[in-house]
Unconditional design. Sequence first.
Length: 167
Amino acid sequence: MILKYNDHSLSLLMPNPIDIAWLIPLFPLVGGLCIGLLLFSFNRTMNRLSKPIAFILITCTSISAIISYFLLASEFSNEVIKEFSLVWIPFFTSKAIEIDFVIDKLISIVLSATCTLIIITMISYHFIMYRKEKYALYFIFISLASSSLLGLSITSAARDTMDRFIA
């Protein structure tokens, strides 16, 4: 039995990586916040679960890395620049906060390199800090810091800074 996919069904199975690039900083953030909430709620139990905590947070960062590698491959085959913005109006002020994001070839290289270094750091610190005090808290902080680093990498301000640095 041979399964054939037309172009439309194949695009449903694998979305364009540039369309889901906003998920790259989101996975470590969600993993860190969930584990942090569990650590806050069940402190004694969560401090004993060092291997599952490391597995979950390294998996969240690895998913971000896989998306960034697909993004890098798609940017090298067909360079596309995508700009989108996030507008947020906080409840305590009437001013809107607007954050502009840019995805292009340079940003995809930075995202892939950053994800790779974060995964190497997490795996090495898992073996260095295994069964030490505050292990879970350290991994939560490293996951939240990696999420903010990945999020800052795709902002337009970071792109402008990289352009000035390279030029």
